[in-house]
Design a protein around this ligand. Structure first.
Ligand SMILES: Nc1ncnc2c1ncn2[C@@H]1O[C@H](COP(=O)(O)OP(=O)(O)OP(=O)(O)O)[C@@H](O)[C@H]1O
Length: 306
């Protein structure tokens, strides 16, 4: 659905984004994560056709991102969405429906239906009097006004209270389940982990790792093995009448089994704990320096075509 090849954006000789290549399948939720200034917003704006790449190519459903036919099939949610404070949600959304040539009767049904799904009350209250969460819901409704196939969301739930945040994350999941293709950026890695099929990790303008979460975990995260024994061992902790030693390799699991046997005990349980996306992210963030030192690209072993 989305094909991004060697995307680059320069500002006065400074590369905000360089060499970005990824693809997103129809109906997929694709997350872009990275520290402040990594190039996430710049990438999303190029996807949405709002800024022109210095080099490279973005195609969405076979159309260029800045093609007006494509814009009609895409909904963009900016990180900050200034709304016209004196307008009400209804007048604001009707205004945008008109810009997208949505027929009037269809527009009003779509607006109320979307606001119902977003659980937004007070539809005739000026936007200036609304809470941050309510304004964000209106901005999301605006991104859906043209019933787009592709949604590009920049930090959809940033700066909101936990309840509204969860609501918006769940709503985004529902949009994906309804068949929308979604690319979004987020700082909250738990959200990314809970709804994304695949992610790209950006750092200093480049994608330093990308792929399904499982693959990233295997390549950049450590599995922890919690080995439960009947007997206390060096480095173990007591837990509910048993002892647990946490290690990071099967070799250490075996060594623990031998240690326990030597002391007249045994291993009674082994539980594995996969690395969280946060651990993967922190490991990857350390890698460009190593990659530069070894001359590798830092993109791991993920196939550029995936
Ligand atoms: N219009 C611009 N002119 C000059 N530099 C820019 C412009 N827009 C972005 N940059 C720079 O490009 C880099 C990437 O910015 P971008 O906003 O894409 O990062 P980001 O990953 O979205 O960061 P954040 O998480 O803080 O939103 C930053 O160094 C930023 O200062």
């Amino acid at each position: 659905m989305i094909e991004v090849r060697d995307l680059r954006k320069e500002y006065g000789g400074f590369a905000a984004v360089e060499g970005s290549t990824f693809s997103v399948d129809r109906g997929e939720v694709f997350g872009i994560i990275g520290p402040n200034g990594a190039g996430k917003t710049t990438t999303l704006k190029m996807l949405a056709g709002l800024i022109e790449p210095t080099a490279g190519d973005v195609q969405i459903a076979g159309l260029a991102a800045d093609d007006s036919a494509m814009r009609r099939r895409l909904g963009f949610l900016p990180e900050e969405s200034p709304l016209y404070e004196e307008m009400t949600p209804i007048s604001y959304l009707t205004f945008f429906a008109d810009l997208y040539d949505v027929p009037e009767n269809q527009a009003i049904t779509r607006i109320h239906d979307t606001l119902d799904r977003l659980d937004l009350q007070h539809r005739d209250r000026p936007l200036g009097d609304m809470s941050k969460g309510m304004k964000r819901k209106v901005a999301i409704a605006r991104s859906l006004i043209n019933d787009p196939d592709v949604l590009v969301y920049d930090e959809p739930a940033s700066g909101l209270d936990p309840l509204t945040t969860n609501f918006i994350i769940d709503f985004t999941t529902e949009l994906a389940e309804a068949g929308k293709t979604i690319v979004f950026s987020a700082h909250n890695l738990y959200h990314v982990e809970s709804i994304c099929d695949r992610v790209a990790i950006m750092n200093q303008g480049s994608i330093v790792a990308r792929g399904p979460l499982e693959t990233l975990r295997e390549e950049h995260g450590e599995t922890t093995y919690h080995v439960y024994t009947t007997i206390e061992l060096p480095g173990s902790e007591q837990q509910n009448g048993r002892y647990v030693r946490s290690v990071n390799s099967m070799g250490e699991v075996e060594a623990t089994r031998e240690d326990a046997a030597e002391r007249g005990g045994e291993v009674v349980d082994i539980r594995t704990e996969e690395a969280s996306l946060e651990e993967v992210f922190l490991n990857v963030a350390d890698e460009p320096a190593q990659a530069a030192a070894t001359g590798t690209t830092g993109t791991g072993t993920v196939d550029p075509g995936e």
